[in-house]
Design a binder for this molecule. Sequence first.
Ligand code: AMP
Ligand code: MG
Length: 481
Amino acid sequence: MNKEKTIGWNFDNSYSNLPKSFIYEISPVPVKRPELVIFNHDLADQMGLNFSNVDNEQLAKMFSGNLLPKGSKSLAQAYAGHQFGHFTMLGDGRAVLLGEHVSKSNQRLDIQFKGSGQTPFSRNGDGRAALGPMLREYLISEAMYSLNIPTTRSLAVVKTGENVIREKPLQGAILTRVASSHIRVGTFQFIRTREKLNELNILVDYTITRHYPEISKSKNKAYDLLIKLIDKQIELVVNWMRVGFVHGVMNTDNMAISGETIDYGPCAFMDSYNLGTCFSSIDHMGRYAYGNQPAIVKWNLARFAECLLTLINPKKDEAVKIATEIIDKFDEQYEEKWFLMMKNKLGLIGNDREDKLLIFNLLELMNDQKLDYTNTFCFLMNQEIDDNKNYQNKKFDNWKMKWQKRLTKDSKKLMKINNPVIIPRNHNVENVLKSAEENDLSPFKNFLKALKNPYTNQKILTKYLSPGKKTGEKYQTFCGT
Ligand code: AMP
Ligand code: MG
């Protein structure tokens, strides 16, 4: 294939060289009538790929799995996980990894199809995905990237020309996901169940080579890997809290060792500030509510630590003691990072004894007055918002006066890079997805474009700045099946 040569794929598939227990070699199941819905040319450029000679028909074939790129070696990955606290064996039931593309800048990137047909891990599922949820992942993951939050990316969405049966028939689609890897806490949990020390060592070494080469010479790799992951996950969840992102399904299989946000199922952004914000239709107890996210990260990290115990110290009691000490430090570490993040959002430079109080008073005000989280900071930055009047009250004025006294020359600059003006608001997301499902992709593309510059006030785009009408009905999201 001449065209293929000019694209620049450079596969080097290290995961497929791991022991057979880690993987199941399998091809994507071909689809009937592939049709390209969207392709991320910017991302392709960043990956050093050039599709300019490839027409949409060819792209559809390539990104549906009907025509696999040379050098790929597709497989489903084995993993396990705690789902809502319950341990289960899982694995890629509707995804295949094509392999790793190594870019010119030496970035190793997983190329994965999601919705590509059944695998031995499918259990009762059909291995397929619907168009709406795949476009939703595309939109929100790309929005997260532009918000400067670690995340997997989306390269393409292709319709399959086949229906998937959910509550009603829906158009089938495949998403091409690009990730710095798909190793999850659940991957370690799976290997741990096998009780083979050599496999655990292989996984630890592989993960370190791929993500944390700086600890490859460490005396206790498992110990250092745990410390690294805690840092990465704190950084991630603090970022989620910064922009009001609610992941929605923080099962251990949806926590990546790379520290990237992964698996955009029922995720959504919070409107009015409330720690209990929870959108997922299946999360009845609010386990994964906005305010619970740090505690769940800690819980998941404890599960990760359990997988590593034998390597941390061969004496079980000693290992548990060491791991517990590390996990116990989470709260303090998180609070420090969270506090700094909130100071940045409010433009508080340097230290003042009253800073914590100032922050907590604002959060209380936002909670009591049901203020929009994003727009509160926009209001403080003097951005135009259409819920301005919500801030015209004595309590808010008093707080604002105290805050203003604390501002310095560079405060506004700091606020501007920490407070998004545009986020994927629920009503906007729903509207553009509805149009896309009815074959009008332009609202989706316009929204995507606006989300590329979330920290810049784009005057013409006021429709994206409004929290949306309060209908009294709770906004609900569904797992992307
Ligand atoms: P998720 O909720 O996407 O994180 O998926 C949890 C588990 O269910 C993973 O093992 C998936 O591969 C599997 N799964 C989700 N949807 C399907 C489907 N339609 N067919 C087969 N397996 C699925
Ligand atoms: Mg998942």
